[in-house]
Design a protein around this ligand. Structure first.
Ligand SMILES: [Cu+2]
Length: 604
């Protein structure tokens, strides 16, 4: 089945309203009067009223020559989650969340991302295998009013990805961090299809038998505002109410047939344990980075923040019924996500409804069976790895990985291009952490809390690392990951906890991929030439050097301008103040008795 024919851009009725400013003020006044009346019925409305599930519009882009092009505008706005009440939010091309982007593998892609907000931001393509400079990490800032042009070739296989800000705040609770900006609504789904999915029998008509479900939790104040930090003991923004695609108490009018759900946990902190209220089984067909080899029958599905799963549920015998998607979080407690009871809330300890499916008549040509051979996944062998690294997650304070908090001026790991690496992520804390690594997807080799489940034996980019349990025994997960592309001595990729406030609080690090076999700017290449990188570059004040190997030689550092004149000189240092240099292009060289290496340095 060629799914591209089913992916014509469709514009659904836009639920989110954008009142002009005058109306906004009037509505605000009316809201204040109605507030007391609403106050007592607020939770009743929240909990009882059913709302039609909003389906984010599908954006297939427009062709600029042979480049699939998208325009994304990040904007502050307000959204009517509760009838008549407007919540301050932000979104891409709308007031909350963003369009679902559709891209085919091998496409040349341009995404023009405009920051229409008053604060600095970035946009990261979560799960995509793109160069570091196009990855939208914390270094790739988009200043207010500016447009960032991301361009790359789609290398990923078919799966469900997403996009969201990745901006490092000054303080973790600041609203302009990744946590604050995603919490306000800046996130969207990104679907990739390929020649494999074209040949499979799977439901793939967007909005009809293929439904995006972006699951988030929020709390609302009496004025309808999002409440943050409701548990002062917990570093995070949990909520007590579920939004699906920005819809409170969502209900989907659906069809008595096989329905494919692309589920994205876009919550800041919360892990879900999905299942249906009649305990029916369903098939998981895809994980973060691709389809699984075969459909896997499940009746529960755990998704931690940023994880995705594609499932197919068969409603063909359910016409006239209402089936509820639940989170069986009460059962999740047996899996121990948080050790300290004080960190738990109602949605950690009870089972609750996520949304309803109101099953109507089938469509005229429903998919009646799905392919059983979905993908070919060659598993990596741990014995083939070039290097092993260990990362220790600690809640602190401060939150750290390997004892250090995220520092924008430090590159934590330097990885030779072409490496296949085993990373063991150790968790020495009393909370579980969803660990995300940018770049190519990885495979899970082993975990401390039991065998790797069947639905984790596919391509992943987030893995939940269990907490220290039993006490005294670190939780851990071992993954294997290739670093086959995109050597860049300047721009970094990130690895971090995807509890967004943990990431903002410092549980994040950076790595660069270096091609140590080539040194194009070397003036003199001698044996044992070390590889070094400069960070940041372009630079304004302080630059720092990272060496791939430990340097025992004494060396001098020289910065020359484009005329070859020495602008600055220093002996063996790991950082250098370049603030007095005027803007322009320089060449920086590191010289010892054994080597001379030279790199371009840009001062701005
Ligand atoms: Cu964490």
């Amino acid at each position: 089945m060629n799914c591209i024919n089913n992916k014509k851009t469709k514009w659904f009725i836009v639920k989110f309203k954008h009142p002009n400013m005058q109306n906004k003020l009037l509505i605000k006044e009316m809201n204040r009067i109605l507030l007391l009346l609403l106050l007592f019925s607020f939770h009743y409305i929240c909990l009882k009223g059913q709302n039609a599930l909003f389906i984010p519009p599908l954006d297939t882009g427009y062709w600029n020559g042979n480049v699939r092009t998208f325009d994304l505008n990040m904007q502050d706005d307000s959204t009517e989650f509760i009838s008549g009440i407007y919540t301050q939010t932000a979104g891409y091309n709308g007031s909350f969340l963003g369009p679902t982007l559709y891209i085919k593998k091998h496409d040349s892609v341009v995404l023009n991302v405009t920051n229409g907000m008053d604060e600095v931001t970035t946009t990261h393509w979560h799960g995509l295998h793109v160069p570091a400079i196009m990855d939208g990490g914390p270094m790739i800032k988009i200043m207010p009013g500016n447009t960032w042009v991301a361009s790359f070739k789609m290398m990923n296989q078919a799966s469900t990805f997403w996009y969201h800000p990745h901006h490092k705040p000054t303080f973790w609770q600041d609203s302009d961090g990744t946590g604050g900006q995603i919490f306000r609504g800046l996130a969207g789904m990104l679907i990739v299809e390929d020649e494999n999915t074209d040949s499979l029998s799977l439901p793939c008509t967007y909005g009809i038998d293929e439904i995006p479900l972006i699951i988030q939790d929020r709390s609302f104040g009496i004025n309808g505002e999002f409440l943050e930090f409701i548990n002062p003991l917990f570093i995070g923004r949990p909520g007590d109410t579920i939004l699906v695609n920005g819809t409170l108490n969502a209900e989907l009018q659906t069809h008595a047939q096989m329905i494919r759900l692309r589920i994205l946990n876009a919550s800041n902190t919360r892990t879900y344990y999905f299942g249906f209220d009649d305990n029916r089984s369903f098939m998981q067909i895809g994980s973060d980075g691709g389809l699984l080899e075969q459909p896997i029958s499940l009746d529960r599905l755990r998704l931690s923040p940023a994880e995705r799963a594609e499932i197919v549920v068969d409603f063909s015998s359910d016409q006239g019924q209402i089936i509820n998607l639940m989170s069986y979080a009460g059962e999740l407690r047996n899996i121990l996500l948080v050790y300290a009871p004080a960190l738990l809330d109602k949605l950690d300890t009870t089972n609750y409804k996520i949304m309803s499916f109101n099953v109507g008549a089938p469509t005229s040509s429903p998919v009646t069976s799905i392919s059983q051979n979905l993908n070919t996944i060659t598993l990596y062998n741990e014995l083939d790895a070039d290097t092993s690294r260990t990362f220790v997650l600690d809640n602190g304070p401060p939150m750290t990985i390997n004892g250090v908090s995220m520092d924008m001026a430090v590159i934590n790991e330097i990885i030779p291009l072409g490496n296949l690496e085993v990373w063991t992520i150790n968790n020495s804390s009393g909370t579980s952490h969803p660990f995300h690594i940018h770049g190519e997807p990885f495979q899970v080799l082993a975990r401390s809390d039991g065998p790797v489940p069947e639905n984790e034996k596919g391509w992943k980019d987030v893995v939940l690392v269990p907490l220290t349990w039993p006490p005294g025994n670190d939780g851990w997960v071992k993954i294997i990951k290739p670093f086959n592309d995109f050597a860049d001595s300047t721009y970094v990729f990130m690895y971090h906890c995807h509890i967004l406030e943990h990431e903002d609080a410092g549980m994040m690090g950076s790595y660069i991929v270096v091609d140590s076999s080539s040194s194009p700017l070397s003036l003199t290449k001698k044996t044992n030439t070390p590889y070094f990188s400069i960070f940041p570059n372009p630079a304004t004040n302080i630059i720092r050097f990272s060496f791939l190997d430990k340097i025992s030689d004494d060396y001098i550092i020289e910065i020359k301008n484009h005329l070859g004149q020495v602008a600055k000189q220093s002996t063996k240092e790991l950082s250098l103040d370049v603030s007095e240099l005027s803007t322009g292009i320089y060449f920086i060289s590191v010289q010892s008795n054994n080597f001379t290496i030279t790199k371009k340095l840009i001062i701005h």
